[in-house]
Structure formats: C-alpha cells, structure tokens
Design a protein around this ligand. Structure first.
Ligand SMILES: NC(=O)C1=CN([C@@H]2O[C@H](COP(=O)(O)OP(=O)(O)OC[C@H]3O[C@@H](n4cnc5c(N)ncnc54)[C@H](OP(=O)(O)O)[C@@H]3O)[C@@H](O)[C@H]2O)C=CC1
Ligand SMILES: O=C(O)C1=N[C@H](C(=O)O)C[C@H](O)C1
Length: 267
C-alpha cells in the first residue's frame, strides 16, 4: 500500500508539532512538505526542534507548494485567517483537507461543503479531535433532550485566538438540534457589566475562560428543579488530539464529501 502523502500547515505551532510527530511516526503516512508563513525555501529540519525529525521543504505560498509537491491530504492547524484559504486552495488542487483550525464562519463551512460536492472530494473539519471531547458533546446532546437549561463553560490557555472555542460552538449547535427552544435566565435579567452572561447561542450561554496553565477544558452544566448534571472533558496535553487526527486522515481518503465534526465518522 502506498503511504498517504501529507502536507502540514502550521508545523511550528503547538498542534502542528504534534502533527509532524504523528505523521513522521506513522508507517503509512508520509510528510511531503509543510506550509508556513515564514522560512520560505528552507527545510523543516533547519528549524529548531525538527533537526532529526523531518527533512521536507517549507513553502509560504500554498499555490506553489501544491503545484510542486505531491499530496493526498493537507492537515491544517493554523489560524482562523489562514485556514479557510488553505482549505479552498487544497480542494481546488484535488487535495483533501483535514482541519483542526477553529473559528471558521458558517458561510465558509457552507462554501466548503459545496466545493466538496463539486469536486467529489473528502474534507473533514473537526473542532475537536479528542475522543473524550467528542463523547462530551454527544453526552451533552443526549442530556439536552431531558434538560432544557444549559450553560457551556470552556476554558483554554491564554494564547488562544478565537472565542468561544470551536468545541463550544459545536456543542451548542448539537444541543440546539435537539433542545426545545428556550431563552434562558430571567426574562428581565440585565447585565450591569457587559458580557457577564457570556455569549448567547439559541438562548443558551457560553462562557470563555482564558488562563495560562490551562490546555483545553469544557464543562457543560445542566440544571432543573432540585438537580444539576455537569459533563466535563479535559485535555491535559496536545497528544490527546492525535488519534483523532490519524483517524480523520485515514477516513478522508475513503470518504467523498464534507464532514463537520469527528462524531460523524466514528463508529
Ligand atoms: N481540532 C482540534 O482538536 C484542535 C484545534 N486547535 C486549533 O488549531 C489551531 C492551531 O492551534 P495551536 O497549534 O494551539 O496554535 P499555534 O498558534 O501554536 O499554531 C499556529 C501556527 O500556525 C502558524 N501560522 C500562522 N499563519 C499561518 C499561515 N498563513 N500559514 C501557515 N502557518 C501559519 C503560526 O505561526 P506564527 O506562530 O509564526 O504566527 C503557528 O506556528 C487553532 O485554530 C486552534 O483552535 C487546537 C487544538 C486542538
Ligand atoms: O485552541 C485550542 O487549544 C483548542 N482549540 C479547539 C477549539 O477551539 O475547540 C479544540 C480544543 O479545545 C483546543
């Protein structure tokens, strides 16, 4: 079997470094290049921390990279600004995106779904690759059938660019799909400091905590008369996301069409 040829966008990042390790340590994966916004024309092995790991070229221009380098899959772990351009361009070059980057708009997700249909290609966008986080979202969706009142509290490191987290948005979407619509809190409640009640999604509230020392954590709190239920997931390191990235790369090669959320490809 030929290895799956992979380009990683964002290789120097916290997630990108883990992904480089994953790809270079997986027998049926082959890293063929990386995409960065710095260090054009250098080799990844020229950079600190990669000397003994990966001797592949660095490109800063995705078009040039995809014209020159053979690839089946692009793993994107960059930023909400760079990610959508990478996905769009990869699909146009018939390369299948596996995306962990969060902060994409609804319109961008719709655009990629349409492009996948046109190109008959696979693309997997997963706001969270940790299996425990996927279960937390699914358990929350189940609980929301029985508890209408819910508050989502996501907690992340203070280098995170987007708020709320992609996981919190996906959780709210999954809950909204089954929950009887309800605007929560007192009908006359008033914020005396703006933002006190967090962000609102379909009547639910999402609270974003940013602190040094945290990695990625979320609790979904349900309440009803005389009882509460809290469903919580913690990622204590970024290796926790890598088994999900591996499954997504393997699946995107067999699956044509757009997938948003790892729960849609797990048995
Ligand atoms: N789906 C999941 O399970 C998970 C998703 N994430 C998401 O993944 C993304 C990355 O997170 P994280 O690794 O923590 O972030 P980092 O900031 O550590 O990494 C992002 C990397 O992308 C680089 N970068 C910025 N712009 C470009 C560009 N145009 N082309 C190529 N590379 C670029 C940055 O370079 P520089 O630093 O020089 O700017 C940096 O090295 C975020 O959106 C985050 O929310 C994170 C964890 C899990
Ligand atoms: O930026 C992060 O770190 C994470 N981002 C993802 C998100 O926005 O949900 C996944 C995980 O929570 C870590």
């Amino acid at each position: 079997m030929n290895p799956i040829k992979i380009i990683i966008a964002g290789p120097r990042g916290r997630m990108g470094r883990e992904a480089v390790n994953l790809v270079t340590n997986t027998e049926h994966f082959e890293l063929t290049a990386v995409l960065d916004h710095k260090f054009d024309g250098m080799m990844l092995s020229d950079l600190e921390g990669f000397q003994s790991i990966a001797n592949v070229p660095i490109y800063t221009d995705i078009d040039i990279c995809l014209q020159k380098i053979e690839a089946d899959v692009l793993i994107d772990l960059t930023t909400p600004e760079a990610g959508p351009h990478h996905v769009r361009t990869a699909l146009n070059y018939n390369v299948r995106p596996v995306v962990g980057t969060t902060g994409f708009s609804k319109e961008e997700l719709q655009e990629f779904e349409e492009l996948c249909k046109q190109k008959e290609l696979g693309c997997i966008i997963a706001p969270n690759f940790a299996i425990g986080a996927v279960l937390m979202m699914k358990f929350s969706q189940l609980a929301a059938k029985y508890f209408q009142d819910v508050e989502i509290v996501e907690m992340h490191h203070d280098k995170k660019l987007d708020a709320p987290s992609g996981t919190a948005v996906k959780t709210a979407e999954m809950i909204a799909a089954v929950r009887e619509a309800k605007k929560q809190g007192h009908p006359n409640e008033k914020e005396t400091i703006q933002g006190a009640r967090g962000a609102e999604y379909d009547g639910m509230h999402i609270h974003s905590v940013r602190l040094p020392g945290l990695i990625a954590h979320q609790q979904v709190m349900f309440g009803s008369d005389g009882q509460s239920l809290t469903i919580r997931h913690d990622s204590f390191n970024r290796a926790s996301f890598m088994s999900g990235v591996k499954v997504a790369v393997e699946t995107v090669m067999k699956h044509n069409g757009f997938v948003y959320g790892l729960e849609n490809i797990l048995d």
